[in-house]
Design a binder for this molecule. Sequence first.
Ligand SMILES: [Zn+2]
Length: 301
Amino acid sequence: MKLTILGCYSATPRALTNTTSQVLEINNHMFLIDCGEGTQIHLRKNKIKFNRIKHVFISHLHGDHFFGLVGLISTFRLLTREADLHIYGPEGIKEIVTLQMKLADSWTNYNLIFHELKSNTSELIFDDESVEVYTIPLNHRVYTNGFLFKEKEGDLRLDIDAVEEAHIDLAYYRKLKQGFDVVNEKGELIKNKTVTLPGAKPKSYAFCSDTMYKEDIVPIINKVDVLYHESTFLEKHADLAPKTKHSTAKEAARIAKKAKAGILLLGHYSTRYDGLNAFKEEAQEIFENVELCEDGKVFEF
Ligand SMILES: [Zn+2]
């Protein structure tokens, strides 16, 4: 998994900070998560190929999470995109996007496929042979979902020495990786277990923004490898968190601890603060393995 942070600040884009957007590369997919203003510029800066993006996940319809979407859709059109674009987001996202296109008479020449969300319980919204995506219902001022991305169990690996020793024809390697027993060149049955090794451990990533402290997401993200949890405020402004339905760094850490996450990534910082170290320090009082998101930062897991 490779996660590129295109933007990780709240509220408004500024000269040196961007609003929320990330790209998650997982099993050959490039998932765009949220699309704050100017996301297309940050995709270019980070050399992410536009045509690899086929799925966009929008958490909620506050501007700092989706104002870049119409611009991106329009640019795709100008670049004569042909591939379908799937957009997952709150009910209403289709209306808000298509109204702008309709009044500008600028329809796309590729398919825009909207998957509107309205459930208040976690649901499976994407599923193919290698990845599943579930919603994580959050508690914010408008209807909001986080997203849980889960790799599926991969193929078995071949124990090459054992395979050669067992005189198995190359043509059967694929069957072996899929878990089948095969017959070798001498006509003997070879048990799969004797020539294969377990596949790579599937990884998972949870994106949780925006939300106030919401403990009931813990079972959904239990033992997630990487948890991004918004941390808009520091302790000195803790009173603002419930009022604005955001979280503090400590609250993010509390969720990470309860969920037994592997690592916690902090982001969605309020722009009122100079510097980010205090976010990490406060979170680490509760949960040790904390990293700070920064615009342009790349994490590989
Ligand atoms: Zn918001």
